[in-house]
Design a protein. Structure first.
Length: 178
């Protein structure tokens, strides 16, 4: 899979949810983790048995204005808003940072202003932040990974992944003609 992604939380107050989310992000291959205005302690996140912040770069930002992302990285808010793009039709950017809001509230207006996309899972009501993050990351993994197509029927066989096609060489300078 090409590209990279990071996962972050704004104003998180529940270390078990944060630990669960960061463990899931680590399992799916996150390149970095971050928090914004959050109370997060590695020692209190007992659900993160992979200790993700010790194995994946973790950044702690005090405010939305302090949030720094790598060049070319697209900030994607994950929020249950009426005008958010529904996950089944969302095209994940190759280089993205997904930020989820607090357990008892929404992403701040300052963070939403910085998001290039806001996506939601089309459910009847909000889900737990760690569950939401897991679904978002699985969708990214499924849509950007090199997997074969699902079978047409439940008794069918999955198609194999597409073969990698090597393109022709890219030359910086034209070959000299004799």
């Amino acid at each position: 899979m090409r590209g990279y992604f990071g996962v972050g939380l704004e104003q998180s107050s529940k270390p078990m949810n944060a630990g669960n989310l960061f463990r899931t992000a680590h399992a799916f291959g996150a390149s970095f983790l971050f928090t914004v205005n959050a109370e997060y302690s590695i020692n209190n996140a007992k659900s993160d048995t992979s200790v993700a912040p010790q194995n994946v770069p973790w950044y702690d930002f005090s405010t939305a204005e302090d949030l720094k992302l790598p060049g070319g990285c697209v900030l994607v808010g994950v929020e249950f808003l009426e005008d958010a793009v529904e996950l089944p039709v969302f095209r994940h950017p190759p280089n993205a940072a997904y930020i989820l809001g607090p357990e008892m509230g929404n992403l701040s207006p300052e963070i939403l202003d910085r998001c290039q996309h806001v996506v939601k899972i089309p459910t009847s009501f909000c889900l737990n932040v760690a569950t939401t993050g897991a679904i978002i990351l699985y969708d990214r993994f499924r849509t950007l990974g090199n997997f074969g197509e699902r079978p047409v029927s439940v008794t069918g066989t999955a198609l194999p992944p597409l073969e990698h096609v090597q393109g022709s060489p890219i030359r910086r300078k034209a070959k000299k003609q004799d």
